[in-house]
Design a binder for this molecule. Structure first.
Ligand SMILES: O=C(O)C(=O)C[C@]1(C(=O)O)C=C[C@@H](O)C=C1
Length: 197
């Protein structure tokens, strides 16, 4: 298993919380919303890895998306929790508003875009948008923020990402369309997991 990205904490009292994705992912937002006074958000590549970190007591908690208003159950997250079995227990919940934006390198246009990357669950929340813009090819990526980071690194004006407004700011992308999810009041419910004592 690869090591998670760990930011050195300035605050030893903060809880250490694993999430799936990169800095700027919605799961990281869920952590900020649940611990407004601060938490060390530890990026993991997969849900299984995030859950595993809790089982191994390498972190205090994991925050995992379980249900979205449009896409329904987040299957890979449920599978990861199932694998952990009774070693974990849920100790909280957080519901995060999900506003999805289409973003691309500066100078790109909607008409000029061809390929759009994002987390499969995020793409599933934008079916109507993709149906209206049928020249766009949606391609699954590990997470929303990782898609934004890669699209910024590639710098190709035909390739875009679906992610949050803050991911666009963090990775220096231009927002081409705001609120492209199928319903305006979209949300994802996350569970907070800890090791069963
Ligand atoms: O990729 C991210 O930003 C995530 O946090 C993952 C995830 C998900 O798996 O449901 C979380 C919330 C959004 O609904 C879209 C994607």
């Amino acid at each position: 298993m690869t090591n998670p990205v760990v930011t050195q904490s300035m605050h030893p009292a903060w809880p250490r919380v694993a999430f799936q994705g990169e800095a700027g992912a919605f799961s990281e937002m869920a952590i900020r919303q649940h611990w407004p006074d601060g938490a060390d958000a530890i990026a993991c590549h997969t849900f299984i890895e995030a859950v595993q970190r809790v089982c191994e007591q390498a972190v205090d908690f994991a925050v995992i998306p379980v249900e979205n208003a449009i896409a329904g159950l987040v299957r890979p997250a449920h599978d990861a929790m199932h694998e952990a079995g009774d070693r974990l227990q849920s100790c909280g919940e957080v519901r995060v508003p999900i506003h999805l934006c289409l973003m691309a390198p500066h100078g790109a246009s909607l008409a000029g875009l061809r390929e759009v990357r994002s987390h499969a669950v995020a793409l599933a929340q934008c079916r109507l948008f993709f149906a209206r813009h049928e020249w766009l090819i949606s391609m699954p990526h590990a997470d929303t923020a990782g898609a934004a980071r890669d699209v910024a690194e590639w710098g190709d004006r035909t390739r875009g990402a679906v992610a949050s407004e803050s991911a666009a700011a963090r990775y220096g992308l231009e927002i081409i369309a705001h609120h492209i999810q199928d319903i305006p009041h979209n949300w994802t419910r996350f569970v907070v997991l800890q090791r069963r004592s």
